[in-house]
Design a protein around this ligand. Structure first.
Ligand SMILES: Cc1cc2nc3c(=O)[nH]c(=O)nc-3n(C[C@H](O)[C@H](O)[C@H](O)COP(=O)(O)OP(=O)(O)OC[C@H]3O[C@@H](n4cnc5c(N)ncnc54)[C@H](O)[C@@H]3O)c2cc1C
Length: 402
């Protein structure tokens, strides 16, 4: 039993999952969530592909591999227990050439090492049994990959937190956390601070996580460099051309999964997301430029090193940014019957992707403890799938509750 005071910064799915886990493990604890927006889950947690990843791609033994597998089970269970829609629509990762087949075999080996249930390889003709309109030379099939709405799950968790006695404060932007004599003060914009002092704090600030960590005395790097991903919704009349999820074999030099067909839990079929540098960390329209966000990455030597190493992939992605036709063409390589489908731009998502100063993108989740403050410094995809397991990990393995 503990009746300690906990402050959680960030009301995305990870912050909410941590608050819930604390209340589950320590029903007497006093848990406060501080979120800068007027509602929970306004950023990555409601701007994503909605896929419950089964754990195919991740380095065996790493946090992503472990927490994605556990997280996928917990998300499925949470949806079942709370009557939240969950569709096990399955996924194919499709190779189009011999070279891609080699990379696909490597992903298959990883998925076996990660004990992903029921994965198997499909020959070119077997692909059509799963996705009748899809072409490829070989595919990896994961029948247990599913889709959900993480926004809905997050809002459900928020209700659960309140029903268990936790508090969620909206419109409260935290500027820093400070710790003295094992007591933590939460500082807000406008020089206010919350009357209560806290015993522990967990910062789950997504796109702002590096800034909040550095302002609270943690190390400066890795820094978040925002990459947006645009989605398009395809013409309703063509959505049945794809049954579930169709992904390309990821380019190992560019650590995003590539433009894919994603069925949505609301029944829409989307294409996306591409991946290109965003001129604002929270700029979903793409029309405005946030000077301080742009200044941040332009003055980061890691960004220039990353750019020089990834020019060909960046040019490929830029083509899909500049031309909707090119975007659809990329996806139609897998489903030729959709080559001329009309599509309308849907939302963008912006990834909180951490980058080291040598220009490498941080692959695994990074969760750091500094005194009694824990910072999530990197939780990109499959961060939503993993959220309930990330929460277990932070509450049971990273934090101490003396
Ligand atoms: C395009 C895209 C596609 C993706 N697809 C998938 C997918 O299919 N499957 C999957 O598992 N994952 C996916 N992800 C990743 C997933 O969305 C994230 O890993 C997950 O949502 C991260 O949750 P979070 O709570 O850490 O961050 P967020 O949801 O970004 O929440 C952080 C919260 O902190 C708040 N905050 C920030 N700074 C402060 C401050 N100073 N004071 C108070 N509050 C603050 C923000 O307002 C925000 O609400 C995708 C991400 C993107 C962008």
């Amino acid at each position: 039993m503990t009746n300690k005071h906990y402050a959680i910064i960030g009301g995305g799915i990870n912050g909410l999952a941590v608050a819930r886990q604390l209340l589950l493990d320590f029903p007497e604890a006093q848990v406060s969530v501080f979120e800068k927006e007027q509602d929970v889950a306004m950023h990555q947690s409601s701007h994503n592909s909605g896929v419950v990843h089964a754990g195919l791609y991740y380095e065996p033994g790493g946090l992503k591999a472990r927490l994605c597998r556990r997280g996928a089970e917990l998300v499925q269970q949470y949806c079942a227990e709370n009557s939240i829609p969950y569709d096990e629509c399955g996924k194919v990762v499709v190779a189009l050439s011999k070279e891609e087949e080699g990379r696909l075999d490597a992903i298959y080996m990883k998925s076996l090492a990660n004990k992903v249930p029921d994965v198997r390889m499909l020959s070119a003709s077997e692909i059509r049994d799963v996705e009748p309109n899809c072409i490829g030379t070989k595919a990896l099939y994961s029948p247990r990959t599913a889709i959900v709405s993480y926004g809905e799950i997050a809002r459900h968790i928020a209700q659960e937190i309140k029903s268990k006695g936790g508090q969620i404060f909206l419109g409260r932007k935290v500027t820093s956390l400070s710790e003295k004599n094992q007591k933590i003060t939460v500082h807000f914009e406008g020089n206010e601070h919350h009357g209560t002092q806290f015993d522990y704090a967990v910062s789950c600030a997504g796109l702002q996580s590096d800034r909040l960590a550095a302002q609270s005395g943690d190390i400066e790097t890795p820094k978040i460099v925002p990459f947006f991903g645009q989605y398009y919704v395809i013409d309703e009349n063509f959505k049945d051309h794809v049954k579930g999820l169709i992904y390309p074999v990821p380019d190992p030099k560019y650590p995003f999964l590539g433009v894919h067909f994603t069925k949505r839990i609301d029944g829409q079929m989307t294409i996306g997301p591409n991946a290109f540098i965003s001129f604002g960390r929270e700029n979903y329209s793409g029309k405005r430029i946030n000077i301080s966000d742009v200044y941040d990455f332009l003055t980061y030597k890691g960004f220039w090193k990353f750019s020089s190493k990834n020019m060909p992939a960046a040019v490929r992605e830029l083509k899909t940014v500049l031309s909707q036709t090119n975007f659809v063409e990329e996806a139609a390589k897998y489903v030729p019957s959709l080559a001329n489908v009309s599509a309308v731009p849907a939302t963008r998502g912006i990834r909180a992707q951490a980058m080291e100063s040598d220009g490498s993108l941080v692959d695994d989740f990074v969760i750091r403890k500094q005194g009694n403050i824990t910072h999530i410094r990197n939780a990109p995809s499959p961060g939503a799938t993993s959220s309930l397991a990330i929460a277990e990990y932070i509450v049971r393995e990273v934090m101490t509750h003396h």
